[in-house]
Ligand binder design. Sequence first.
Ligand SMILES: Cc1cc2nc3c(=O)[nH]c(=O)nc-3n(C[C@H](O)[C@H](O)[C@H](O)COP(=O)(O)O)c2cc1C
Length: 200
Amino acid sequence: MKLTNLLLGLALAATTMSSACAQTLPQPQKQGGMPLMQAVNDRMSDRDLNPNVSITNQDLSNMLWAAWGITHDGKRTVATALNKQELDIYVITAKGIGRYNAEQNAIEEVASGDFSVLAGTQEFAQKAPLNIAFVANTDKQAQALFQGYAAGAASQNIYLYCASAGLKTVVRASFKAAELAAAMKLGANQKILFVQSVSH
Ligand SMILES: Cc1cc2nc3c(=O)[nH]c(=O)nc-3n(C[C@H](O)[C@H](O)[C@H](O)COP(=O)(O)O)c2cc1C
């Protein structure tokens, strides 16, 4: 093998290893889907999750945008008190933990490795191919009521997207809070409110 090819191969391998879950997402699909009232009717919690099939990047992009994407004048798909925009959304998969960057439509890597076992206390959640954590930035919004409103609205949008896309989901208050926060490298001003599991 030529030296240049070897170096290129090593560089590619290093990139892959250092960005196990970092990625630019496909553009979210903002049109189509199930009629809204049908999705509202079909929304439900489902714990019979399929651990074996990954969520596609297109579904991931769509549901993250529905949860916390940017719409009008830099504002979000959900209302926040005084437009504080206090949420951060993290994704936890077998590859690692990432943070949703709505401006860049990307996942920024936080940690490499499988921390899914920390994302729940129930077995179905620990084995889910995707867990989404709603994190409040308490510097931006100190009031738990308002934080909970934002996370609940974002969660509902994921429920509606999943109903429309034929995916299963359940939001949970049960997760290994301290260990998950450590794995997510959260600051003292960041609090995990809920975790939502998603599967086919
Ligand atoms: C704040 C909150 C916390 C929840 N925590 C859990 C949980 O830890 N584990 C679980 O299996 N379901 C959890 N759920 C799901 C509820 O059990 C579920 O929404 C409820 O049974 C109603 O069912 P539905 O969502 O299908 O309407 C939670 C729901 C909410 C809103």
